[in-house]
Design a binder for this molecule. Structure first.
Ligand code: NDP
Length: 285
């Protein structure tokens, strides 16, 4: 049977549109004397983390968000880091705080996240913000799942009543993505490493979000024809970065598919900027 190739969900283009809107909002805030400000903490010299932080700074600059970077040695103590985060909490020119993960083993990630003032938590990882999401009253929502939902909405598909399957149950992607889809009235299944018959679950999905961190684990036989497929995975292989979805085969079956790179990645950064501008607007009120 001849299959029509899936339409591409161009995360890069969508992110550019969002950035253009944010640039205007940031300019309007600046006209009122408020410049959105983001404080980023980078511990250690992991090259991938350093690259993410660099990209975030560039993105901030491009929309008129001030960003400052705290580069700390891998030996920094938990107390030192907490004190620096507390200082950012009290700095009125800083509206968003981001601590780049992962942190070294001697630092308790949870203690650091809980130190960030909830209203400045632009990553949406603070228990207050995670709780708000669970209660159906989200304020700052984690950037990657927030971007995922915008990508699904960009297809024009109505989420209400659809079968959504999320592969992965991490705090930063899988769980919040599932909650956001539930909030939009999808019927949601969350799959993980102990799910039985993963292929069968995935084939039921009108909306399939994959965030497992396993290169090309989803093939065409696991996808319902016409489904919207969002690939969150970023896996470094010999040829560069690939997603969790086998794009070559799945794009022949799906109705819509997001590529890697150029899909969820740029949207995650756009959502960080959006969360920072939104936090600034709330603080200005
Ligand atoms: P985690 O490792 O924290 O979580 C992975 C999840 O996938 C776990 O819940 C795990 O199940 C599940 N899983 C792993 N293997 C399988 C399998 N074979 N079958 C079913 N479920 C499985 O990863 P993250 O959520 O942090 O990230 C997921 C991917 O998304 C990574 O590739 C990461 O690089 C990428 N990512 C991309 C971002 C972007 O901006 N583009 C942002 C954040 C992440 P269990 O809980 O049972 O262990």
């Amino acid at each position: 049977m001849l299959r029509v190739a899936a339409q591409i969900i161009d995360g890069k283009a969508l992110a550019q549109e969002i950035r253009a809107e944010l640039r205007e909002q940031a300019a309007a805030l600046q006209a009122k004397g408020v410049r959105p400000g983001l404080s980023v903490f980078l511990v250690g010299d992991d090259p991938a983390s350093a690259l993410y932080v660099k990209n975030k700074h560039r993105a901030c600059e491009s929309v008129g968000v001030f960003s400052e970077e705290h580069r700390l040695p891998v030996t920094v103590s938990q107390d030192e880091l907490i004190n620096l985060v507390l200082a950012a909490n009290f700095n009125p020119s800083i509206h968003g705080i981001l601590v780049q993960l992962p942190l070294p083993n001697h630092i308790d990630k949870r203690a650091i996240i809980e130190t960030i003032a909830a209203e400045k938590d632009v990553d949406g990882f603070h228990p207050y913000n995670m709780g708000g999401l669970l209660q159906g009253n989200p304020r700052a929502v984690a950037c990657t799942p927030k971007g995922v939902v915008k990508m699904i909405e960009s297809t024009g598909m109505s989420i209400a009543g659809k079968r959504a399957v999320v592969v992965g149950r991490s705090q930063i992607v899988g769980k919040p993505a599932a909650m956001l889809l539930l909030e939009r009235h999808a019927t949601v299944t969350i799959c993980h490493s102990r799910t039985q018959d993963l292929a069968g679950r995935c084939r039921e999905a009108d909306i399939l979000v994959v965030a497992a961190g396993k290169a090309k684990m989803i093939d065409a036989a696991m996808v319902k024809p016409g489904a919207v497929v969002i690939d969150v995975g970023m896996n470094l292989v010999d040829t560069g970065f690939v997603g969790d979805v086998d794009f070559e085969t799945v794009s022949k079956v799906a109705g819509w598919i997001s590529p890697v790179p150029g899909g969820v990645g740029p949207m995650t950064i756009a959502m960080l900027l959006e969360n920072t501008v939104e936090a600034t607007v709330r603080a200005a009120k």
